[in-house]
Design a protein around this ligand. Structure first.
Ligand SMILES: NC(=O)C1=CN([C@@H]2O[C@H](COP(=O)(O)OP(=O)(O)OC[C@H]3O[C@@H](n4cnc5c(N)ncnc54)[C@H](O)[C@@H]3O)[C@@H](O)[C@H]2O)[C@H](O)CC1
Ligand SMILES: [K+]
Length: 510
């Protein structure tokens, strides 16, 4: 599903109106009707409606809402934060329509009461995609009174975007309306999906207001939201006569003394991910613990001791012989030669590879890009690992997750899975995908190890890196949601994800 930001939406709007001849008032009328319908659905039978209108087209939508509700016989009025004289274009036209329809409009601005309580609905039509700075003065005051009404029991329905929230980043610019529902127009907005946006937007519905698909086609897609239907399509059902080889053979290079659990969890993700044959390559002392409880996995003991180094290359190439993909990194023993070794392994083995955790840290320490020229690579950094790989702060990583993942996917010629609330998957071509599944319960040790194994399994099964990364990230998040439903976010353990991944496959009949 397409995700848009403010500028993108404005351009699509402009094309629809200026080039495809859709009257802007028609769009506004449809927008207002969609909001009126949603507001009616959450109102009590005798609920009153108070529309708080700003001075732009978001406010214009609000006047349409009030007029439509009034013509349906409901008690609807408008608190206008901007006087009629300062309205222009469509907003002015629809305000006049509302006045002619007998809608009470209170121009008292910040003094106008927004007295609404249980059964009533406050419609937030102050700002939409035109928000450009923190609301102040009468706008901030109105936002505070809308919150007071919500606390008093009124339901709040936001027009397009909760006022005060950035439609691009999902972060409030200042005072912000907390809505029970948001009706957004034409396309899902990035800010309604990226945290903390969802907490401010409440239940979001995307209203079709008749923007011609041609208008959208003329504006490049900058980001997508990976829906369940799209994720499920990425993972083909098993052929009836499938054998182990079809499901793919995966070599997992993980684990070290003190971090044997990481290897065990990576194996769990790989096996539950559906790989046909999974082998763990690690130092001998790691194997017994890492393999405990995983009789399905095979193993190769790497001779020698200590960090992975050039001396391990031959043994790793031998172990990689005959496999379809590599998963490297969870808990590996890292040293000064590890990055050089891994770069040589990637080049020589020439297999699709997922690099996670200490493999990424090794590349970061060596100042080497994690991608490889002609080997399909998926990297799965959390924000800290991404910061080290990019040589920037975590705050910088978090300030534009979609843009950074996309830029690095191109720079590294790799598929980047930037984990976090909301995981973003970007590959060298095409728009990044935001993954809507997952919850804070996943912020616990070892969940990343499971994801690395899961990505590796899908790579081994023959999925292209972009598909494997997207599907794995979606399934991993959904598994986290299923596990949290049973055990709470607090109680969720990385180990619980194994069976939960199986439950997702069962939901998908895969
Ligand atoms: N296809 C669609 O999506 C349609 C969207 N519609 C609605 O139009 C708004 C966007 O309208 P716009 O006039 O561009 O901006 P806003 O109404 O969001 O903001 C009004 C105006 O306010 C100024 N401003 C911005 N920030 C502040 C601030 N902090 N304090 C004071 N003033 C501020 C700025 O100049 C803005 O222009 C969209 O969200 C939809 O609701 C169409 O109605 C239907 C089609
Ligand atoms: K709004």
């Amino acid at each position: 599903m397409r995700l848009v930001g403010s500028a993108e939406m404005r351009e699509i709007d402009r094309i629809a109106i200026a080039e495809l001849g859709i009257p802007s008032l028609t769009l506004m009328d449809r927008a207002g009707r969609a909001v009126a319908e949603a507001a009616t659905a959450v109102a009590g039978p005798r609920g009153r409606f108070v529309v708080v209108a700003g001075g732009g087209n978001n406010g214009g939508d609000g006047y349409v809402v009030a007029r439509v509700l009034r013509s349906a016989g409901r008690d609807a009025r408008v608190v206008a934060l901007v006087p009629a004289g300062r309205l222009s274009g469509d907003a002015r036209a629809v305000r006049e329509q509302a006045e002619r329809a007998g809608v009470p409009i209170d121009d008292g601005g910040e003094l106008a009461p927004i007295d609404a309580g249980v059964g009533d609905v406050v419609v937030d039509a102050i700002f939409g995609t035109g928000l450009s700075r923190a609301p102040e003065g009468a706008f901030a005051e109105a936002i505070a009174r809308i919150e007071a009404a919500r606390v008093a029991g009124a339901r709040v329905v936001a027009v397009d975007v909760p006022s005060g929230l950035s439609a691009d980043t999902g972060r409030p610019l200042g005072p912000c309306v907390r809505a029970d529902r948001t009706v957004t127009f034409a396309f899902q907005k990035r800010g309604l999906v990226l945290h903390p946006g969802p907490a401010w937007a409440g239940e979001v519905t995307v209203a079709d207001i008749g923007i011609p698909p041609e208008a959208a086609r003329r504006v490049p897609v900058a980001a997508e939201l990976l829906t369940e239907a799209e994720a499920r399509l990425l993972v083909p059902p098993r052929a009836p006569d499938a054998h182990k080889g079809d499901a793919g053979r995966l070599l997992v290079i993980a684990g070290s003394p003190g971090k044997t659990g990481a290897a065990h969890l990576a194996l769990t993700g790989a096996l539950r991910g559906g790989a046909g044959l999974v082998t763990l390559a690690a130092r001998a002392e790691v194997l017994p613990v890492a393999l405990a409880g995983r009789p399905e996995a095979m193993s190769v003991a790497l001779p020698g001791a200590g960090p992975l180094a050039r001396a391990d290359l031959q043994a790793l190439l031998a172990a990689a012989d005959g496999v379809d993909a590599l998963a490297i990194g969870p808990g590996i023993p890292r040293g000064p030669e590890t990055a050089e070794l891994l770069a040589a392994l990637l080049e020589r083995a020439g297999l699709p590879t997922v690099l996670d955790a200490d493999a990424l840290n090794a590349f970061a320490e060596a100042g080497l890009p994690p991608g490889a020229r002609d080997v399909p690579v998926v990297v799965t950094p959390h924000p800290g690992e991404m910061a080290r790989l990019c040589g920037i702060s975590i705050e910088a990583v978090q300030s534009d997750r979609i843009g950074l993942a996309r830029a690095r996917a191109r720079a590294w010629n790799a598929t980047v899975v930037l984990k976090g609330a909301r995981t973003v998957v970007a590959d060298p071509e095409g728009p990044p995908a935001v993954i809507p599944t997952g919850n804070p319960g996943l912020a616990t040790g070892g969940t990343g190890d499971v994801l690395a194994g899961l990505v590796g399994a899908l790579l081994a099964g023959g999925l292209a890196p972009a598909a494997a990364a997207r599907a794995a990230a979606w399934v991993h998040g959904r598994a986290g949601d299923l596990a949290a439903a049973r055990l709470g976010q607090r109680g969720l353990l990385a180990g619980d994800l194994g069976e939960a991944i199986g439950a997702v496959w069962a939901e998908w009949r895969r």
